[in-house]
Write a protein that binds this ligand. Structure first.
Ligand code: NHR
Ligand code: GAR
Length: 218
């Protein structure tokens, strides 16, 4: 069975979606450990409650980004995972770290990439008047939020949405697609060829999301 390490910075609800799916027998992976760069991350307590080992690599204890990344890489290498799963991890990773884990490092980002890379994605989607928003699971490459895309989920932006309501609608989809993407990876259904993802999964072109829904004349 493939093993993964999950890396968090805070709440850890995406991490919990993976722990839940694993506990339910829906995600055939061994979760070797949950790592956090913040000692006070709420997700560390959640992980412990699921009986998953936790470790902290506190970025404030390192003189540079490179030194922190090297310590993280060493900790992860010690665990020997097949995949490294970023779940609400909030530190940009250096090229050396990303290259070390190339093809094994996955992130979930709260926008439909390549729109809204970086931070405050929900606020910016609202400011731009986007009608459709969502989330993206992708391989991490040195170019921030531009790695090969594995799966995306779209949600409508509704009149009256604020950052909180929109974030909640997107987060519900994150909790669906992240376990799905990690399952596909664990089952060897994701191939990365020359920077593009090829999926060995059922696909049909039927689903179309239009927001607001198209009105058909009577
Ligand atoms: N690193 C690389 N090289 N490539 C990616 O695609 C990465 C990455 C590291 C993290 C997650 C990402 C996201 O999904 C991610 C993708 C943090 C920042 C950021 O600006 C940006 C993107 C992401 C994560 N962080 C600030 C920093 O200076 C700190 C912000 C904070 O601590 O609150 O590192 O959006
Ligand atoms: C999630 O929405 C995740 O996509 C996003 O932060 C939230 C973390 O929630 N990630 C980023 O913005 C990465 N920069 P969680 O800790 O409850 O999973």
């Amino acid at each position: 069975m493939k093993s993964i390490v999950i890396v968090i910075s805070g709440r850890g609800s995406n991490m919990e979606s993976l722990l839940k799916a694993t506990a339910a027998g829906e995600l055939p992976v061994r979760i070797s450990a949950v790592l956090s760069n913040r000692p006070d991350a709420v997700g560390l307590r959640t992980a412990a409650a699921y009986g998953v080992p936790t470790q902290v690599v506190d970025h404030t204890e390192y003189a540079s980004r490179e030194a922190f990344d090297a310590a993280m890489a060493e900790t992860i290498d010690g665990l020997g995972p097949d995949f490294v799963v970023l779940a609400g991890f909030m530190r940009i990773l250096s090229d050396a770290f990303v290259q070390h884990f190339q093809g094994r490092l996955i992130n979930i980002h709260p926008s439909l990439l390549p729109s809204f890379t970086g931070l405050h994605t929900h606020r910016r989607a609202l400011q731009e008047g986007a009608r459709i928003h969502g989330c993206t699971v992708h391989f991490v490459t040195p170019s921030l939020d531009h790695g090969p895309i594995i799966v995306q989920a779209a949600v409508p932006v509704l009149d009256g949405d604020d950052e909180v309501s929109l974030a909640a609608r997107v987060l519900a989809q994150e909790h669906c697609v992240y376990p799905l993407a990690i399952r596909w990876l664990a089952e060897g259904r994701v191939r990365l060829v020359e920077g593009r993802v090829f999926l060995d999964t059922p696909q049909d072109g039927a689903a179309v999301l239009v927001s607001p829904p198209a009105q058909v004349a009577p």
